[in-house]
Design a protein around this ligand. Structure first.
Ligand SMILES: [Zn+2]
Length: 230
């Protein structure tokens, strides 16, 4: 299956993907506090790496990742280094990508959301719903990265064991667990961390999670793209 990073592809290569699968991926994340142990781009970095691995199996182009998160840790609890983007900007940016990708001839788009603020996910989903209602020809599957593995008993978190392990595996060298306090509870208000204990994060756990997510997304794409009506 043909695949590539959109910005690195020549016209002939993009045209070949359009002829073969007409599939595109966008990793949609944020720039947001993820505990003292994690990089600011956790949401986007992990979703982008997952998209690359999925595209390798399903074919398709992977757009450059989008760092535009609404309802981040800054309005939530004042966490620093976070770039909060307004809801209308997120929705408008998405609408323009949907318009342009459909105009370019793509038939199936996966939007993998690495940032899960409830209102942010709602803004993305509402935009997709409205757009699909008014446009024919391109199907859109918008999912938070953990959603395809919910049935496997896996829950997403914020900078906890789930997200931190994923980044340790997908982008080695960016996480430093020694920046976390050695003892005591880690919580959302004080540390900006939720979910299972981030100190238990491992590369092996990240590998297990990443492989399962990729497997489920690939199955989902095949189900929706190859079997359903266009
Ligand atoms: Zn996150």
């Amino acid at each position: 299956m043909l695949w590539g990073k959109y910005e690195e592809m020549r016209p002939s290569q993009i045209e070949a993907v359009l002829a073969e699968t007409a599939t595109a991926y966008i990793a949609w994340g944020s720039l947001e506090w993820h505990g003292r142990q994690g990089p600011i781009g956790v949401d986007t970095l992990k979703a982008y790496e997952l998209c690359l691995r999925c595209a390798e199996q399903t074919g398709g182009v992977v757009l450059p990742p989008i760092y535009a998160g609404f309802q981040t840790m800054k309005p939530h609890a004042g966490f620093k280094h976070t770039i909060e983007i307004r809801r209308p900007t997120v929705m408008d940016l998405l609408e323009q990508h949907l318009d342009q990708l459909a105009d370019e001839g793509f038939k199936f788009l996966v939007i993998m959301m690495g940032h899960y603020g409830g209102l942010h996910v709602d803004a993305i989903r509402k935009t997709v719903e409205w757009w699909e209602h008014n446009h024919k020809g391109m199907k859109v599957w918008a999912i938070p990265d953990y959603e395809p593995v919910l049935d496997d008993g896996i829950r997403g978190d914020h900078a906890g064991k789930y997200e931190t392990s994923l980044v340790m595996y997908l982008r080695p060298g960016l996480v430093d667990l020694s920046e976390l306090p050695a003892e005591g509870c880690l919580d959302i208000k004080q540390h900006g961390i939720s979910g299972e204990d981030a100190r238990e994060s491992t590369v092996e756990n990240g590998k297990r999670l990443a492989e399962l997510i990729v497997q489920r997304v690939v199955e989902g794409v095949r189900e929706r793209r190859d079997k359903g009506p266009r």
